[in-house]
Ligand binder design. Sequence first.
Ligand code: F0G
Length: 477
Amino acid sequence: MQQFLEATIISVSAQADVAFQRCILPSCGATYGIEDVRVACARCGNLLDVAYDWQRVQSPSSLTAFDAAAIPGTVEAQSGVWRFHRLLPFAQRDQLVTIGEGRTLLQLAGKVAEFVGLKGGKLHLQYEGLNPSGSFKDNGMVAAFTHARTVGARRAACASTGNTSASLAAYCSVTRLLSAVIFIGSGKISYGKLSQALDYGALTIQIAGDFDDAMQRVREVSQQLGIYLVNSVNPFRLEGQKTIMYRVLDGLRWEVPDWIVVPGGNLGNSSAFGKAFAELQHLGLIDRLPRLAVINAAGANTLYELYEKRGLRWNGGQPETDVVDQYYGELDRHQAKASTIASAIEINRPVNLYKCLRALEDMEGVVREVTDQQIMDAKAQVGAGGLGCEPASAASVAGAKVLCDEGVIGPEERVVCILTGHQLKDPDATVAYHTTDQEKFNQVLGRRGVKRASYANRAVAVSNNLEEIIRAIQLYS
Ligand code: F0G
């Protein structure tokens, strides 16, 4: 009870006077109030952070403070995001929205550890697919949605490879607080995700183009029509996504792992994770940071190319922006488009690039790329050894394997791979991997360079005959 009272008193006072927005570039450092709706710094055009005057927030003296059970029925009990409200105190407690997000699972994964090359007990999988809309996006959406509510927005928009749109659509349909306008690349999102947006009643704009095109358009449209933008350029989104790391720590009894491995698309998660750990260290709640590995799909490898091949670094807040401009110029000249079976991360122009570079610097990070073959094999292993995931999520496990094979991650190190989306988000990819139908395999996977399905679990076809069915079971079980 004591804990809860303390939390309530703090959260009521914790808002405009303790939270503000600040340009990520230290050399600019422009600040804005939290009521200011913007996705870029007015002075220099860079991304914004939500920042806090931690002196005025009574933050916990130890992470074990979060062990105290919240009172049943309260927002802290219902939400694995707002359970940590004290670490993202930008809204008053009575404004917090929830649909039960963030009640996810950190699982010790023995069988998958073996595949990756880690000793038993060393690999954990964080199942963010267990969120209400089936992906990690709900962690961030609830925060942006709460902010949208506090500023009186009526409509919210996003461009999406499918999960952000499913999440926004779910929050709109459940709460009825806002209406959703979503932009998707035509034919670019999996049916699981498209079906969610349609079923939840979101206005769905299918653009003849890909995610990068949709992203550009939604920025223009939201500005012109005054619609609240919930993509991860919105700094409030990333505040919610910090809590994924708090729950990982909780799952490890508040011990810091050696590595966090996460797929990289628009680079919101990796950016949020870096901020989460930097703040915890600043508050004296942890004494070291884990290392960060961001994994690109080889067909959408902007971060890998810039960070590992061209040596781009955050450089204490002075990144070489020319390197980025030159690379994007090359993409334009070659009319290069992202292409991977992991459609969630089929992105060439990640909007959070600079924030991610900052996280990589803080967390001594590395970036790797993995092929669609590696992604699909890792995905099959995750399915066979646990609750399963969608292709983009499996990039984390495939990337961890690459880093173990290289010796960058040692077999004794404690690794957490983030599984960002639910297995049922993209059943076409899963079925194509396990199918006996070569044509279907080729159509979905073969055309993307996937040659084998080494871990396939093929259905056994038998005629409708009792004896034959029994024979098949005896033969295969
Ligand atoms: N995994 C899944 C399942 C995703 O849906 C996404 C992003 C990512 C990973 C990449 O995360 O952007 O934080 O680096 N999906 C976005 C969307 C782009 O529109 O749903 P990130």
